[in-house]
Design a protein around this ligand. Structure first.
Ligand code: SAM
Ligand code: SF4
Length: 329
């Protein structure tokens, strides 16, 4: 039952009558392979400046309504220190594709954060092999870069300044350099088919991804997709559950986008295969400016509040916050 064929995956995604069975299978396998602990990753959104132009994203370079910001090296390290004091064992540095942050600047930041005795994840988009190599040598442990969709035509439509083959190159380089590699997809992009979602899940397995983030697409009013419908929460949850069933011991976040579409979205996801949450540890003043999609949750909360809130939610479902670095089993 853990080795679904492409056709079986498609049938499951199309048929909602077995959803409860699917979610409980994914929950059982989550427990069996990664246990009841939940890994919290402290997310620092350090720049919303982006040279790319992804059609779905509020940070795309053609969106002139965004007030852009870029945190200093000192501020980024300060936020990382705060996160460590709050108990985080992993820091995630995320940004738009901001060329100000050269290999040299980022390596300095990585070095300093690694001195805090934490695992470090980067989520800063497409870079050269040399950059990825330098970040790895400076101490970065993990890298998140979603494939977004494995449908090459749809990928090309959605990413005017990007190339599907280069995205694949990035994922391969990262794997070869020994990173734990995170990828994932958006669910509900206009023009996306159920068949291509099945291919996305099989792709995660094929490249042996270590972490997989599945998020529903949420329409942003200042993008070309402003009139498109949001992705479907249940469908995103099903893609996530199937990913757990097929990939078993990987790390799967309960994504913020799920919570944005459903007020209890992250807890539902934790009970349907997920074992990771990425609370925001960026200061409040920057959060509204990092608007990749509207109505993002926890927009006005302080980092300490987010930590306590999610800890309480995790305990309420009989799970506990891990004290480990949270590498793949
Ligand atoms: N710039 C880096 C990159 O693209 O990999 C990291 C930051 S980017 C904002 C992180 C993720 O946000 C993307 O991988 C994308 O899937 C997600 N995202 C962007 N716009 C979104 C939207 N409208 N709805 C849901 N997720 C979105
Ligand atoms: Fe930039 Fe990432 Fe948004 Fe694309 S998804 S526009 S690369 S921040």
């Amino acid at each position: 039952m853990n080795e679904f064929s492409r056709k079986e995956i498609i049938d499951i995604l199309k048929d909602d009558s077995q959803n409860e069975w699917l979610f409980s299978q994914a929950n059982d396998l989550r427990k069996k392979y990664v246990g009841d602990e939940v890994h919290l990753r402290g997310l620092i959104e350090f720049s919303n400046i982006c040279k790319s132009n992804c059609k779905y994203c509020g940070l795309r370079c053609e969106n002139k309504k965004v007030e852009r910001y870029r945190l200093s090296k000192e501020k980024i390290i300060f936020l990382a220190q705060n996160a460590v004091e709050l108990g985080y064992k992993t820091i995630v540095l995320q940004s738009g594709e901001d060329t100000y942050f050269t290999k040299y600047i980022l390596c300095e930041i990585i070095n300093e954060i690694k001195n805090l005795d934490v695992a470090l994840t980067l989520s800063i988009g497409e870079r050269s092999f040399e950059d990825y190599k330098a970040f790895r040598e400076a101490g970065a442990d993990r890298y998140l870069i979603r494939i977004e969709t494995t449908d090459k035509n749809l990928y090309t439509q959605m990413h005017p300044y990007m190339d599907f083959d280069n995205r694949i190159r990035c994922l391969k380089d990262l794997k070869n350099l020994g990173y734990e590699v995170g990828t994932g997809c958006l669910v509900g992009l206009p023009g996306q088919t159920i068949e291509s979602l099945a291919d996305d899940i099989l792709f995660f397995k094929e490249i042996d991804a270590d972490m997989i983030g599945i998020g529903p697409f949420i329409s942003h009013p200042d993008t070309p997709l402003k009139d498109s419908e949001n992705g479907n929460f249940t469908l995103a949850l099903k893609v996530m559950a199937l990913t757990r069933i097929l990939l078993k011991n990987v790390n799967i976040p309960a994504t913020t986008a799920m919570e944005t579409l459903n007020p209890n979205g992250r807890i539902i996801a934790l009970q349907s295969g997920a074992n990771v949450v990425m609370p925001n540890v960026t200061e409040q003043e920057y959060r509204p400016k990092y608007e990749i999609y509207p109505d993002k949750v926890c927009m006005n909360e302080a980092p300490s509040h987010c930590r306590k809130c999610i800890e309480a939610k995790i305990k309420s479902i009989g799970r506990y916050v891990s004290e480990a670095y949270g590498f793949r089993y």
